[in-house]
Write a protein of this length. Sequence first.
Length: 260
Amino acid sequence: MAMKITTGTSELRDITKMERDGHHPIYTLEPIIGLGLDERLEPRETSQGLVGQAKARKAAGMILKMVQEGRIAGRTMLFAGPPSTGKTAIAMGMAQSLGPDVPFTIITASEVFSLSMSKTEALTQAFRRSIGVRIKEESEIIEGEVVEIQIDRSMTGLYPKSLTFVCRCQEEDVRLTPEATDVLTSMALQTTLRYALNLISCAQVVAKKRKAEEVDVEDLRRVYTYFMDEERSVQWLKEQQGVLMFDEMDGEGMDTDMAA
Ligand SMILES: Nc1ncnc2c1ncn2[C@@H]1O[C@H](COP(=O)(O)OP(=O)(O)OP(=O)(O)O)[C@@H](O)[C@H]1O
């Protein structure tokens, strides 16, 4: 079947429109302008330049929501999957959703390892291109007379893990059922404390979606399947090594998995 692909000026264009031209379909490419999710973070089949990859888009949407709400910053996401399955496309969708002043920089291995420039220089230039500064100014004016000064002393020292969850949850205004706290504790022991703490915010998004006030065990289990901890990521990459490095993709691409 004949296929005509019209490319634009942008580097990343997607096949989102299909029109009939006599007997041949014509695919036109549209720019990626977001993740194509609805207000409940459910992926629309084809939207904002993306199609399919529902699981990965939804997971990316959850992280995006947390970034937009100022809950996480300065973190790294690793997208793993066979070539051309949309890892860059989803990252682009996330950046676009964050607004026009959020830089999106693509670097390629050949660029970094080019002979004309040192690796450090190539990476430094990429970092410079990726810096976006947003200045927000806020002033709070308090009028009145000081009648008493109270000093709050912060708690110091190491907490047992379950106690850390309590503190963290209070800070983030998240309530966990006692069963969920137990499950989270055992997840932390099996993975890392950092991974378990990251799951709290994701689980809260899932809980909110079902209009629940408390994060339950099911919410945690669900986000546990969406995001891999380090050990599972490494294991997955090992299993996929042959496919990722040497083999051609046969048929449809696999869903892209992520580590948070
Ligand atoms: N889900 C999708 N919806 C629309 N277009 C997609 C989707 N996935 C991939 N594409 C398009 O397919 C092409 C290849 O995708 P992309 O570069 O994102 O893949 P990748 O996983 O980053 O590949 P690589 O591992 O080779 O870097 C791009 O033009 C991209 O826009």
